[in-house]
Design a protein around this ligand. Structure first.
Ligand code: SAH
Ligand code: SF4
Ligand code: F3S
Length: 534
């Protein structure tokens, strides 16, 4: 039998990117081939996002285009995975009969079986959705059992990463912000056992990964109670979220039989020293204890970077969003984080990133101005700013009128984007003269273009932790090669590879770079200490 070829396209957040990597890894192991060309694939997978309407719109247009292809090629299998499958459910099958398989984000371990059935029976859609299962305690254990399988089955080889990897620590979300579809698509918050997480980090490090980003929708709510674990099939299962709450400065369970978020960070940092950079996203602006900030401060390989969305700078809007904090509390937290972690004098400034929703229900001009003030005060290095998009099934959709006119939403969104751009500029420029540790990822975009233009020239395209022997310098270049990398705060830095070094030996290393100039998105510098470097 011919091997089947799979095309996989991913929309949405890092959680989806990780799911796609895990799904593709599993399919490759089962003998499927991957293709980057949908025209040549037998199986087309779309891992979808529902967070805003335009994310869904992209998928709808893909499915629309596939109708014609399917008429001439009825044997292709079309599968919609992820949050949109979960949200739209069987409705999607009615609107898009080209869809053969629907698979929610919590059911992805079942995908190979669904694809098999779809190819064999050739009729009737194959469906695996969670529905409300994860919020009903009777079925919680079963839901958790299958949830853990996908992550546990992760196989890591030195060839399928670029030095960087995501590791899930928490699934789902219990916050129910009124605008947000995620708790409905990803289910209840559950925390993975710390041993599984540490093991996964070790296996990644053994395969050459040097940078790990821990993932969770409210990642700092991680908390695992030992002894309360459910064991199924001999495997300890993830635990329903019981994150600590109430504005404590410190997780009150620290030092007991509970693994707190601070404990988990410290364990990974101390037990897997080969991971040079440890990050985590996305933080929730409440319940962030000093214990976590202390661990970050005292662990040289944990990045001084927090993605901590505020969503709005107005208390009235935050209340309607059900965010559970005030602007003053938010600002208090970022001041506290800066007091612990912002140390530009030793080359370790704290970088913050944020998210803002423009034009949420009932937002006035005064609320908008309050958000402007918050941006000025927070000084994010970058901020994701989106117009409010009403999502069916959410509380805001059902109960709050979407009363900010489209043109006003657009104006406010653009206004905030322009303001943020000038703030990002200022932050970039403030780095000039500093020496920052830069994790070298490969040759820069500009270098690739230059090399392409002068075809036959030398090129070292390899990124991250891939083995150096994959990098071939064909011919000694006449000009120096421009390299690119990132700081622990996720700032992009380019610098010239010194004439007496080869790009391959710099890739995957962390080097001190003195920043000479800056634009909004990229800083440019020079290797500061050659002896330390190579
Ligand atoms: N768990 C993360 C965010 C996950 S969704 C957190 O709470 O911070 C990513 C971002 O999408 C959110 O931070 C929010 O800014 C945006 N978003 C979510 N729902 C939205 C909606 N209905 N309209 C516009 N933006 C939305
Ligand atoms: Fe959505 Fe709020 Fe959960 Fe973030 S915390 S995923 S915005 S419900
Ligand atoms: Fe989108 Fe689902 Fe992520 S809705 S943002 S893919 S959790």
């Amino acid at each position: 039998m011919n091997r089947k070829t799979v095309y996989l396209e991913t929309f949405g957040c890092q959680m989806n990117e990780l799911d796609s990597q895990l799904v593709m890894g599993e399919l490759r192991r089962l003998g499927y081939d991957e293709s980057s060309d949908p025209e040549r694939a037998d199986i087309l997978l779309y891992n979808t996002c529902s967070v805003r309407d335009n994310a869904e719109q992209k998928v709808r247009s893909r499915l629309g285009e596939l109708r014609i292809r399917k008429e001439s090629d009825p044997d292709i299998v079309v599968a919609v995975l992820g949050c949109m499958a979960e949200r739209d459910g069987a409705d999607m099958l009615k609107r898009f009969p080209v869809v053969d398989v629907l698979c929610g984000p919590a059911e992805l371990d079942k995908l190979p079986a669904l694809l098999d059935n779809a190819a064999r029976t050739g009729s009737g859609a194959q469906i695996a959705l969670q529905g409300d299962a994860s919020r009903r305690s009777a079925t919680l254990a079963a839901a958790q059992d299958s949830l853990e399988m996908l992550d546990l089955s992760r196989a890591v080889s030195p060839h399928d990463h670029d030095g960087s990897a995501y590791v899930r620590i928490t699934r789902g979300c219990n916050k129910f912000c009124t605008y947000c579809v995620v708790p409905h698509t990803r289910g209840a918050e559950i925390h993975r056992p710390p041993d599984h997480i540490v093991d996964e980090c070790k296996r990644l490090a053994d395969a050459g990964v040097v940078e790990v980003t821990l993932l969770g929708q409210t990642v700092n709510h991680y908390r695992y109670e030992h002894g309360a674990a459910i064991t199924l099939g001999g495997i300890e299962q993830p635990q329903k979220g019981r994150s600590y709450q109430g504005g404590h400065r410190r997780d009150p369970f620290a030092g007991t039989t509970t693994t707190t978020f601070a404990d988990l960070l410290k364990r990974i940092h101390d037990e897997v020293p080969a991971i040079q950079r440890l990050r985590f996203v996305t933080s929730y602006p409440r319940d962030f204890g000093d214990d976590v900030l202390e661990v970050i401060r005292d662990s040289p390989r944990i990045c001084r970077y927090l993605h901590i969305p505020a969503q709005s700078g107005s208390d009235a809007v935050l209340k309607r969003m059900n965010r559970g904090y005030t602007v003053a509390e938010y600002l208090d937290f970022i001041d506290r984080a800066r007091a612990f972690l912002d140390q530009p004098e030793i080359g370790r400034p704290l970088m913050l990133a944020g998210d803002i929703i423009a034009g949420f229900c009932g937002e006035t001009e005064e609320d908008h101005n309050a958000t402007r003030a918050l941006l000025e005060r927070a000084q994010y290095k970058n901020c994701f700013i989106f117009k409010y998009s009403p999502r069916p099934g959410t509380t805001a959709y059902d109960r709050l009128p979407d009363d900010v006119p489209e043109d006003v939403k657009r104006r406010r969104c653009n206004d905030l984007l322009a303001l943020q751009q000038s703030i990002s500029d200022t932050i970039s420029r403030a780095q000039i003269g500093r020496t920052l540790e830069v994790f070298v990822q490969g040759v820069s975009q500009r270098e690739r273009k230059r090399q392409k233009a002068s075809a036959g020239g030398s090129i070292a395209l390899t990124v991250g932790g891939r083995p150096a022997n994959e990098t071939r310098v064909v011919e000694k270049p006449t000009e120096s090669i421009q390299m690119t990398g990132r700081t622990e705060g996720d700032l992009i830095v380019v610098f010239d590879c010194p004439a007496d070094a080869s790009p391959a030996e710099l890739i995957g290393r962390t080097l001190p770079i003195r920043i000479d100039s800056a634009s909004t998105l990229t800083m440019s510098g020079t290797l500061a200490s050659r002896s330390a470097a190579y």
